[in-house]
Design a binder for this molecule. Structure first.
Ligand code: DAH
Length: 360
């Protein structure tokens, strides 16, 4: 075959391979095979010296033509492939902005905190101030200054966690320690009366501790909100009006309150307040006549302790009972939460079960 025919054949083959190359890498290997150092066309260029003189001009021209055509075809194909590859890369890294976002799990306020805030807000609205007292308390503030006699049952080891100092001498023998985890927030009353002159209108929310085994109606740690009002001419009527308002705010305007005589060492007279049962509407039985289990058929739910501050307590804290009188109350937050939302077991509040907690 004449060299020019060989070159024409090489040209066609090369153009076909260029057209077939579907990646930049495949195209590059075609270029190397034809135009590289050991390439087929390069071979013809190098071999020009061996071509017969009379053919040299024609063959040289043909080789150059083929090289130009191949180079042009390579260049055009290269651009095309680069554009396609760029497009594919963009497609591959594309973000679908229409995909729905991943839902973030929102935390919720714990029911105990929510109720504490709700009670606080009710009293803030009445002009009260929120104060806090220490959880580790002395016997004086938790019992003595609250008129709890030395033999009062609430002081027994059965009820109180005593704190022992283990660092030095056994200064505190079992049950005789002066330091304890407060069993009630009532001690804050004493701190406030020592620090502030009347008029006093405060509430004091906080944790309290008792040596109880957790069961549906007891927790070894729970939350109380203490209230204290000291002013001139404060009567039991003020106490009733205030707590009735509080119950209606907390449980709804249809709920009734009643006060039953009770005993607390630091108030005289003392009472327990009940709110009418929300499950049976205060009737004690359900529509089908069945006894209401929430209030055990009584129609009432006990919600707090209260009373007129005992003159002894005022005197011990430096307030003249001839000039001032006052009332106090203590309410259990977990109990209010359970009554408000018909939760049958106090322990459910502390189990951290998200299915329960998310309901509020
Ligand atoms: N400290 C009482 C208790 O834990 C509750 C209480 C009753 C508080 C009467 C008061 C009150 O302020 O006046 O059972």
């Amino acid at each position: 075959m004449a060299i020019t025919d060989e070159l024409a054949q090489l040209r066609e083959q090369t153009l076909a391979r260029i057209a077939e190359a579907d990646t930049s890498a495949a195209l590059e290997s075609v270029r190397v095979a034809v135009l590289g150092k050991a390439g087929t066309l390069t071979g013809y260029l190098r071999g020009m010296g061996k071509v017969a003189k009379e053919e040299r001009a024609v063959v040289g021209k043909t080789v150059n033509e083929v090289r130009n055509v191949v180079e042009e075809a390579l260049e055009a194909r290269k651009k095309k492939l680069a554009a396609a590859e760029m497009e594919a890369a963009i497609d591959a890294s594309a973000v679908d902005v229409t995909l729905p976002g991943r839902a973030q799990q929102m935390g919720t306020r714990h029911l105990i905190n929510a109720i504490t805030d709700e009670v606080s807000e009710t009293f803030l609205g009445l002009g009260y101030t929120v104060v806090h007292g220490p959880e580790v308390e002395t016997d004086y503030y938790n019992f003595e200054a609250l008129n709890a006699p030395k033999d009062h049952p609430s002081r027994s080891m059965q009820d109180t966690f005593y704190v022992r100092d283990l660092s030095g001498e056994a200064s505190s023998v079992r049950g005789e320690s002066d330091v304890l985890l407060r069993t009630q927030t009532s001690g804050v009353q004493v701190h406030v009366m020592e620090d502030q002159k009347p008029p006093i209108y405060i509430i004091a929310p906080g944790k309290v501790y008792r040596r109880d085994v957790a069961d549906p109606s007891h927790l070894p740690q729970f939350t109380q909100i203490e209230g204290l009002v000291i002013d001139k001419g404060i009567s039991f009527g003020d106490l009733k009006g205030t707590l009735d308002y509080f119950c209606k705010q907390m449980f709804g305007p249809d709920r009734k309150t009643r006060f039953r005589a009770h005993y607390f060492p630091f108030t005289e007279p003392s009472a327990e307040a009940d709110v009418s049962c929300g499950v049976c509407g205060g009737t004690g039985h359900l529509h089908d006549g069945e006894r209401c289990r929430m209030c055990k058929g009584t129609g009432w739910l006990e919600i707090l302790g209260c009373g007129m501050v005992d003159p002894n307590v005022l005197t011990m804290s430096g307030i003249d009972p001839e000039e001032y009188s006052g009332f106090a109350f203590g309410v259990g937050v977990e109990r209010v939460a359970c009554l408000k939302y018909n939760v049958p077991d106090l322990r459910m509040l502390l189990e951290g079960d998200m299915r329960f907690l998310r309901q509020f």
